[in-house]
Write a protein that binds this ligand. Structure first.
Ligand code: SF4
Length: 66
């Protein structure tokens, strides 16, 4: 699984990282800096919860084949 963040709609709420601190990384301004980041299998559920917590729906989780 891979994280895609639409930086054009990310508003820097930091709610993704609050809900899933082991998955999402914020930049120095509080915007999500996890675009393109791979998610290890054991953190996929946490990644989904963090994505669901984003009020802007800026996070898409992409399943990778294999
Ligand atoms: S919760 Fe959404 S809008 Fe807020 S920092 Fe995370 S990705 Fe951006």
């Amino acid at each position: 699984m891979k994280i895609a963040v639409d930086r054009s709609v990310c508003a820097g709420h930091a709610l993704c990282a609050l809900r899933a601190p082991r998955v999402y990384v914020l930049d120095e301004d509080g915007y999500c800096a996890s675009d393109g980041q791979a998610v290890p299998p054991e953190l996929e559920e946490e990644a989904a919860q963090g994505a669901a917590n984003c009020p802007e729906r800026a996070i898409t989780l992409i399943e990778e084949p294999g």
